[in-house]
Design a protein around this ligand. Sequence first.
Ligand SMILES: NC(=O)C1=CN([C@@H]2O[C@H](COP(=O)(O)OP(=O)(O)OC[C@H]3O[C@@H](n4cnc5c(N)ncnc54)[C@H](O)[C@@H]3O)[C@@H](O)[C@H]2O)C=CC1
Ligand SMILES: O=C(O)[C@@H]1CCC=N1
Length: 269
Amino acid sequence: MTTIAVLGAGKIGEALLSGLLSGGRSPDELLFTERYEGRAAELTKQYGVRAVDVPTAAVEAEVLVVAVKPQDIDPVLAELAPVVSDRNLVVSLCAGLPTSLYERKLPDSIPVVRVMPNTPMLVGQAMSVISAGKHAKQQHLELVEELLSTVGEVIRVPEAQQDAVTALSGSGPAYFFYLVEAMIDAGILLGIPRNVAEKLIIQSAVGAATMLAETGTHPVILREAVTSPAGTTIMAIRELERHGVRAALLAAIEAARDRSQELGKAHEG
Ligand SMILES: NC(=O)C1=CN([C@@H]2O[C@H](COP(=O)(O)OP(=O)(O)OC[C@H]3O[C@@H](n4cnc5c(N)ncnc54)[C@H](O)[C@@H]3O)[C@@H](O)[C@H]2O)C=CC1
Ligand SMILES: O=C(O)[C@@H]1CCC=N1
């Protein structure tokens, strides 16, 4: 049995705990640390998972998953450094933070794996992208893959691509939620009741996502199949092009990539 401790049980830490439990892990195999006592008590009540301190986590758990905001990493590394040992694997979910930061602040040879997950982990549909640090071996990557495959899809990339990955799939769900929100507003503009507009747009999103995932057909082909000559869809597409929506997406994702790089640079030694 591999015990996993989540250090920082906020949105993504809770999604991981909840996803691992739904994926069949027992609460006894999970631990977490959380700086807010009320939040810790709430999570223990809801999931039956024990809140501990960092030294206890390092002794009782083999896998230590860091899930605090990148800006909060320094105290966590300071607490971990004296207690972590080579029986631990450190897994970082933090946007922007390179494995070299952990390698510099923790004792020699501690294996580190960097992961960019996303919140659909809550429903077993995460996209988790993993990269090995200097001391992480094949067996460590395989262990992380095994853990995360219970809560969604997992792929490996070289660490140099992680800032771009963060902008694409880490933040990706937010862009889809934003689009859905805007399309529901369009329904309101056209006089459709909100509950009906929500149903129409959410089911269209689910249907479109299922077609993309299940048919393997290129999105251009799927979009063309909806776009009839002189029909309704092409009128909408012309407006999207006129308003530069494609260029806006390219610029938005580039800005997110740049921010991920900046978060890493803020911790350069
Ligand atoms: N929210 C998202 O969609 C995604 C977040 N991430 C990454 O996951 C990490 C966590 O993000 P969120 O869950 O959104 O943030 P959050 O703010 O919801 O959660 C962070 C949690 O860590 C706790 N915390 C902070 N310092 C602590 C300490 N020293 N000891 C114990 N607990 C401590 C906070 O009280 C909070 O509950 C970030 O580094 C973020 O970049 C990665 C992918 C997606
Ligand atoms: O916005 C953020 O910084 C985090 C990282 C990826 C998704 N949310």
